[in-house]
Design a protein around this ligand. Structure first.
Ligand code: GUN
Length: 306
């Protein structure tokens, strides 16, 4: 068996087209152009790449974007002040604090300082809580992207066993909340496997749909996959490769070549979930701008810092 490739790049292209239309319509009807602020602390090279991709994609669909760069040694307080400035700036309907943050800054404090009505990452406790309660406002971008790829690829999750490897705040936890919802495009039986899970291999083998977000290059191999399962690879790693022009290759958390022979469908890396994450950020930013128009900028939010 050779798996069907679930082309995230193609689905992301469709999403970009939908957002572009939505942005044009909003501007026509209200004169408002959606705006996105990206806050980047330090010079983490992977983060630089992601932020550049987000900026490019936003501009391409007509979303105005500004990246606010702070030095790696800035204080937590300076970061919170910058977030507050963005909260008050009506040009920005969406705010994203790129993770990871330097170790001296608490990510929970930073995320919790973003106005939840501008939290296009969907990571603020209020938005996570709404998602868990089955009333999502902003769904975190990677889980939203995974759901959209599955829906567009006509992979039904309804009643199927979805095993998520990894319990991160950005992927595993919100994806579990999203996929257990009583909704046609979710309704899965969800298991989260993590570093404390006993017999990870047999847990993975039970998955109809296996989502891998373990931050370990090629960590999931063919023996861990049920024949015909759908495999979603969230990882992205640079591994040295002397035969490659750049001296490295991009791989995911799944050993693509071996799993390809066993799975029914699989997302590639690159070109799978990565572009979907960016696309869903655009969706959330458009949604935030519409929300701001509806509520007349009168958010109930009050500053916790200044
Ligand atoms: N770093 C890796 N993934 C993400 C994400 O989804 N959002 C943010 N803000 N940072 C990330």
């Amino acid at each position: 068996m050779t798996a069907r490739i679930l082309d995230g790049r193609a689905v992301a292209g469709e999403v970009h087209g939908e957002v572009r239309q939505g942005v044009d319509l909003l501007r026509l009807e209200t004169g408002v152009t959606p705006g996105l602020a990206v806050v980047l602390v330090g010079r983490d090279s992977a983060s630089e790449v992601y932020v550049a991709a987000k900026e490019r994609a936003a501009r391409a669909v007509g979303i105005e974007t500004e990246t606010i760069r702070l030095p790696a040694d800035c204080s937590e307080f300076d970061l919170l002040l910058e977030i507050e400035r963005c909260n008050r700036d009506s040009r920005f309907h969406g705010i994203l604090v790129q993770l990871p943050l330097p170790p001296h800054i608490d990510p929970m404090t930073a995320i919790g300082t973003v106005n939840p009505l501008k939290d296009v990452d969907g990571l603020h406790p209020e938005n996570m809580g709404l998602l868990l309660m089955g009333a999502p406002r902003f769904v975190p971008c990677t889980p939203a992207g995974i759901q959209r790829v599955l829906v567009d690829s006509e992979v039904s999750t309804d009643g199927r066993h979805l095993v998520i490897c990894g319990r991160s705040r950005v992927v595993g936890r919100p994806l579990a909340a999203l996929m257990m919802q009583k909704h046609r495009e979710a309704n899965a039986t969800v298991t989260i496997a993590h570093t404390g899970t006993r017999n990870l291999v047999s847990m993975c083998q039970q998955a109809d749909i296996l989502v891998v977000a373990i931050d370990s290059p090629k960590g999931v191999t063919a023996d861990m996959v049920k024949k015909g399962a759908v495999v979603i690879d969230v990882g992205i790693h640079r591994v040295p490769d002397s035969t490659a022009r750049k001296g490295y290759r991009i791989v995911g958390d799944v050993d693509f070549d071996s799993v390809m022979e066993r799975a029914g469908a699989i997302t590639p890396v690159p070109g799978g979930i990565g572009p979907m994450t960016v696309a869903m950020l655009l969706v959330n930013t458009l949604k935030a701008a519409r929300l701001a128009v509806r509520t007349g900028e009168q958010s109930p939010y009050t500053s916790a810092v200044v």
